[in-house]
Design a protein around this ligand. Structure first.
Ligand SMILES: *[C@@H]1O[C@H](CO)[C@@H](O)[C@H](O)[C@H]1NC(C)=O
Ligand SMILES: *[C@@H]1O[C@H](CO)[C@@H](O)[C@H](O)[C@H]1NC(C)=O
Ligand SMILES: *[C@@H]1O[C@H](CO)[C@@H](O)[C@H](O)[C@H]1NC(C)=O
Ligand SMILES: *[C@@H]1O[C@H](CO)[C@@H](O)[C@H](O)[C@H]1NC(C)=O
Ligand SMILES: *[C@@H]1O[C@H](CO)[C@@H](O)[C@H](O)[C@H]1NC(C)=O
Length: 485
């Protein structure tokens, strides 16, 4: 009885302390923001003009001409509103928790059971962490961010009356999107070699087709945790809203994240389940992604999460369409050092090539399974990119491009043409294009063959074999000719 009594007493004392802390925090916020206003007004020397005029002056950005950073009043008041609502939410939560606890305690007395009132130290710590400290921290970050001035263009434009508006800014309504795509003038008018003194953040123009999803994606608390919405981002990217805007929120990580394995073990080990956020997949662990499971939730690169199968690829004699890495590298001994694997993959090609001292970057989207995470956890480089974008490599730089499980017979020919020309651009003279088991309908083979042959590459290997009655595989090893003009 005595123990129970003291636990309750301690708990209520702690609740009281928390309330005091919150109260102090609110006072602190109010003072901090007032202090800030006061400072700003002082700098203006508007001592004889009323408060309203000060307000106007600040919002219109006259400050800017005095050399002081313009101040985003609207954002500040929004932030404060947000913080206050977060705090009141917090208070409600605390109160309801307290009521619940005391109810449980009463029940406990009647039944002579002590469950409920007896909250352990660990539980209490968790409660403090989740419900009190984190929201306070979020609020803190939100307030700090009000220091960031609004984009200067908007200020200048509003002031001069001749608004030079960036394309599409007004099409979007969520403030964060508008801020993102407004051009930012570099500090001290710093110019790049083309004389440009602004930096643009861009979003793919088809973002306008997915406006609703984009606005949802960009609607978050600056400085706080992002929603668990990476798949919404991926949907936008695949819908052509690519590149996706950056966001100023903290991406979530798995709660159970453990440090990765050392490289000599990670290359050929399926990573720990805890290192992946599984929420948006059908599977909840790596075992479930096995080719044996019909409900694995993905349909490209089936079997890629089965290491014993992966270990055989490109190093053991398979069918004629499966070239071996050592044969390919022997075409250009010592010359193949860096390359790109445009495939749906868990990184096995890059892992093998690493053993041959070749550095490979693997493209990967998380289409139904955590491909990108897996590649990274194996100690390899995943390039999280869609087909919408020009590859982020300069002309004539890559020694090798390998592709499998990717273009396959569904792709529209003109799209494929643009992609292949981009590959040709980044491949260096004498670089190799390794088409690995390109599969298509037999009737389409001629069209697709023309796609690859139009570049007049040197053919080192060229194999066509039947996949089924109506489908074929094409594997080829092609060398880009020198194009010195
Ligand atoms: C509190 O719970 C623990 C086990 O969770 C139990 O050992 C202990 O006796 C309980 N204390 C009281 C005061 O009921
Ligand atoms: C940037 O460059 C443009 C023309 O190149 C110039 O008119 C402008 O004054 C420069 N500075 C700013 C802050 O825009
Ligand atoms: C990996 O390397 C570390 C040291 O670099 C070594 O201690 C460990 O035994 C190696 N593991 C394997 C499986 O070779
Ligand atoms: C693999 O196939 C090649 C010919 O395609 C043959 O020369 C070689 O001996 C085979 N290697 C093994 C291990 O079967
Ligand atoms: C890779 O490089 C290491 C160190 O330079 C060397 O010992 C090894 O033989 C190389 N492997 C291959 C397959 O060339």
């Amino acid at each position: 009885m005595e123990g129970r009594f003291s636990t309750r007493w301690r708990f209520s004392r702690i609740m009281a302390m928390i309330q005091i802390i919150i109260g102090m925090f609110v006072i602190f916020i109010s003072m901090a923001s007032l202090h800030r206003f006061y400072n700003v007004s002082n700098l203006l020397h508007f001592s004889s003009i009323g408060a309203c005029h000060k307000f106007d002056a600040i919002t219109e950005g006259i400050l800017h001409e005095g050399g002081y950073a313009p101040f985003d009043l609207k954002a500040l008041s929004e932030r404060i509103d947000e913080v206050l609502s977060q705090l009141s939410e917090l208070q409600e939560k605390l109160e309801s928790t307290a009521i619940k606890l005391s109810k449980n305690a009463k029940k406990g007395k009647n039944k002579v059971s002590t469950v409920g009132e007896n909250i352990t130290l660990v539980e209490f710590q968790r409660f403090l962490e989740d419900e009190v400290i984190r929201p306070l921290y979020d609020a803190h970050i939100s307030l700090r961010l009000t220091r960031i001035p609004r984009p200067e263009d908007a200020v200048l434009g509003a002031h001069s009356g001749a608004l030079t508006e960036d394309p599409l800014v007004n099409y979007f309504t969520v403030e964060e999107t508008r801020k993102y795509i407004t051009a930012k003038v570099n500090r001290d008018d710093m110019q790049n070699v083309y004389g440009l003194n602004k930096t643009y953040n861009t979003i793919g123009h088809t973002c306008v087709l997915m406006k609703e999803d984009l606005e949802k994606y960009m609607n978050y608390d600056v400085g706080s945790y992002c929603g668990d919405d990476w798949d919404l981002g991926q949907k936008l990217m695949l819908g052509g809203c690519d590149p996706l805007p950056r966001r100023r929120c903290l991406a979530r990580a798995s709660k159970l994240y453990q440090r990765p394995l050392p490289i000599n073990e990670s290359l050929w080990t399926i990573p720990d389940d805890g290192n992946v956020r599984w929420g948006k997949y059908k599977c909840r662990d790596f075992k479930c992604l096995s080719y044996r499971n019909p409900k694995r939730g993905y349909n490209k690169c089936v079997g890629c999460f089965d290491m014993e199968k992966e270990k055989l690829k490109w190093v053991t004699n398979g069918s004629l369409v499966d070239f071996m890495i050592k044969d390919v590298l022997n075409v250009k001994p010592g010359e193949i050092r860096i390359g790109l694997d445009v495939s749906v993959t868990t990184g096995t090609f890059a892992a093998r090539m690493r053993e041959f001292n070749v550095t490979i970057v693997s493209t990967a989207l998380n289409l139904g399974a955590p491909f990108s995470d897996t590649i990274a956890l194996r100690g390899l480089i995943p390039l999280y990119t869609t087909m919408s974008q020009r590859l982020p490599f300069f002309d004539n730089t890559m020694d090798l491009i390998h592709t499998s499980n990717f273009l396959d017979g569904w792709i529209e020919l003109q799209l494929m043409d643009f992609i292949l020309f981009d590959w040709d651009r980044i491949l260096r003279p004498g670089g190799l294009l390794w088409v690995d088991r390109f599969s298509c309908a037999r009737k389409d083979l001629d069209d697709y063959m023309y796609m690859f042959l139009q570049f007049r590459y040197k053919k080192h290997k060229w194999v066509v074999s039947f996949k089924s009655k109506t489908e074929v595989y094409l594997s080829a090893l092609l060398e880009k000719p020198p194009r010195s003009l």
